[in-house]
Design a protein around this ligand. Structure first.
Ligand code: NAD
Ligand code: MN
Length: 362
C-alpha cells in the first residue's frame, strides 16, 4: 500500500484548468491500482487570493505545506498583480525554504509530435537547473533615484555548496541512467566572478564523484544555438538558475511546445516536500477558453508519483500520454488539433484505465 498526502495549488489562469485534468488522472490511477491511496488538499493560493487578502498565501503556508509528502502546482500570473509579486511571494519561498535546489526538466521527442526543427526527432536529454540561488536573488537595489546617475544593482549569489549539490545531482542521474556526457552552461568569459566560480566547482565536483563522465562547458550564447542545430547530442545539461530557465523553455519548444513540458522542483534529501509543476505559466492569452493542453501538468503528476517511489505509475501515466499522442485523434490546439482541455484529460484517463503496460516507453 502506498499512501501519498498531496498538496494541490492550482494557481491562476490555465493553471486551474489543467489541474482539474491532473486531479482526474489521480482518480483513475487509483481506480486502476487499489494499492494506491492519494489524499489531496486543494489550496486556493493565487492572484485572486492576493486581491482578497493582500498576500499570495497565508503567513503559516510553509508550515502547512510541510505536512504534505509532495506539492502539485499549476501556474501563477495575472495582469492585476505584478509578476514579481506572484513569483516572489509564492513560488520562490516554496523553492528556497524547502531547499528544492534541483529543477529537473526532461526534454524528449514524443510520438505524433513533430519538432519545429528540421530533423528534430530523437531528442532525449534532461536539464538540471539550479533552483535555489544564482541570478534569481532579491539582493541588490536602486540608488540615486530621480537623479541623472540613477542606477540599479542586481546581485547573483552562488555558493560552493550550492554548485556542488546541483552538479552532484546531475552526475548521479547520469550515472544511474548510463549517460556519458555532462554539458555545463557557462559565460565565464564575460561574467567573471560568478561564472568562473561555477566552472571551477562544477569541474571539481565532476572530477570527484563522476570522473568517468565527459564534462563540456559551453558558453550559453553558443549553447542555445547548438540546442537548435544539434539537440540530439545532449544527454545531461546542468545550468544556473537563469540559464537553466531559458534553456528549458527553449528545450520545450524544440520538442513540441510548453503544453507538453513537465518539471520537478526537488529536495533530493527528502527533508522537505518537493514540488511538481509544468514549465509553462498561466497563459493569459488562452485562459478561460478550455483549450490549454493539460499534458505538462499530468506529466508533472507522473514525476511526483515517481519521486514518491512509484516509478511504475510514472511509467504508466507517461505511456498513456504517449499512446494518446501516437493515435493522434485527440489533440489540443497548441499541437495542431481542436480538442478541449477536458477531452485531452479524458483520453489520457481512458488509456490509464484500459492500457496494458509494456516495457520501455517514453
Ligand atoms: P506562458 O508559459 O504562460 O505562455 C507562453 C505561451 O505558451 C503562450 O502563448 C501560451 O498560450 C502558450 N502555452 C503555455 N502553456 C500552454 C498550454 N498548457 N497549452 C497550450 N498553450 C500553452 O508564459 P508567459 O506568457 O511568458 O507568462 C504568462 C504569465 O505566467 C506571467 O504572469 C508569468 O509571470 C507567469 N509565469 C508563471 C510561471 C509559473 O507559474 N511557474 C512560469 C512562467 C510564467
Ligand atoms: Mn520559465
Amino acid at each position: 500500500m502506498t499512501t501519498i498526502k498531496m498538496a494541490v495549488i492550482p494557481g491562476d489562469g490555465i493553471g486551474k484548468e489543467v489541474m482539474q485534468e491532473a486531479l482526474k488522472v489521480v482518480k483513475c490511477v487509483q481506480e486502476r491500482d487499489s494499492s494506491l491511496q492519494i489524499t489531496t488538499m486543494v489550496f486556493p493560493w493565487s492572484s485572486d487570493y492576493y486581491l482578497a487578502h493582500g498576500r499570495m498565501m497565508p503567513e503559516d503556508a510553509l508550515e502547512t505545506l510541510q505536512k504534505y509528502d509532495a506539492i502539485l502546482f499549476g501556474a501563477i500570473g495575472d495582469a492585476r498583480v505584478p509578476d514579481d509579486v506572484t513569483v516572489w511571494e509564492l513560488i520562490m519561498p516554496i523553492r528556497k525554504n524547502f531547499q528544492q535546489y534541483v529543477n529537473f526538466r526532461p526534454i524528449k521527442s514524443l510520438p505524433g509530435i513533430s519538432s519545429p526543427l528540421a530533423g528534430g526527432n530523437d531528442i532525449d536529454f534532461v536539464i538540471f537547473r539550479e533552483n535555489a540561488e544564482g541570478e534569481y536573488s532579491d539582493s541588490g537595489g536602486r540608488l540615486y533615484q530621480q537623479q541623472p546617475q540613477e542606477m540599479t544593482i542586481q546581485n547573483t549569489i552562488m555558493t560552493r555548496i550550492g554548485i556542488e549539490k546541483i552538479v552532484r545531482a546531475a552526475c548521479e542521474y547520469a550515472q544511474q541512467h548510463g549517460k556519458t556526457k555532462l554539458t555545463s552552461a557557462t559565460k565565464s568569459n564575460a561574467i567573471i566572478h560568478s561564472m568562473k566560480f561555477w566552472d571551477e566547482h562544477t569541474r571539481k565536483t565532476v572530477t570527484q564523484i563522476a570522473p568517468e563522465l565527459q564534462l563540456e562547458a559551453i558558453y550559453i550564447d553558443a549553447l542555445v544555438a547548438y540546442f537548435v542545430e544539434r539537440p540530439q547530442e545532449f544527454e545531461v545539461v546542468v545550468a544556473s538558475n537563469l540559464f537553466g530557465d531559458i534553456l528549458s523553455d527553449l528545450g520545450s519548444a524544440i520538442v513540441g511546445g510548453l503544453g507538453l513540458s513537465p518539471s520537478a522542483n526537488l529536495n533530493p534529501e527528502k527533508t522537505f516536500p518537493s514540488m511538481f509543476e509544468p514549465v509553462h505559466g498561466s497563459a493569459p492569452d488562452i485562459a478561460g477558453k478550455g483549450i490549454a493542453n493539460p499534458i505538462a501538468q499530468i506529466w508533472s503528476l507522473a514525476l511526483l508519483l515517481g519521486h514518491q517511489g512509484r516509478k511504475d505509475l510514472e511509467h504508466l501515466i507517461v505511456q498513456a500520454i504517449s499512446k494518446v499522442l501516437e493515435e493522434g485523434v485527440v489533440k489540443t490546439a497548441d499541437i495542431g488539433g481542436q480538442a478541449t482541455t477536458a477531452q485531452m484529460g479524458d483520453a489520457i484517463c481512458q488509456e490509464i484505465i484500459h492500457m496494458t503496460l509494456t516495457a520501455g516507453g517514453v
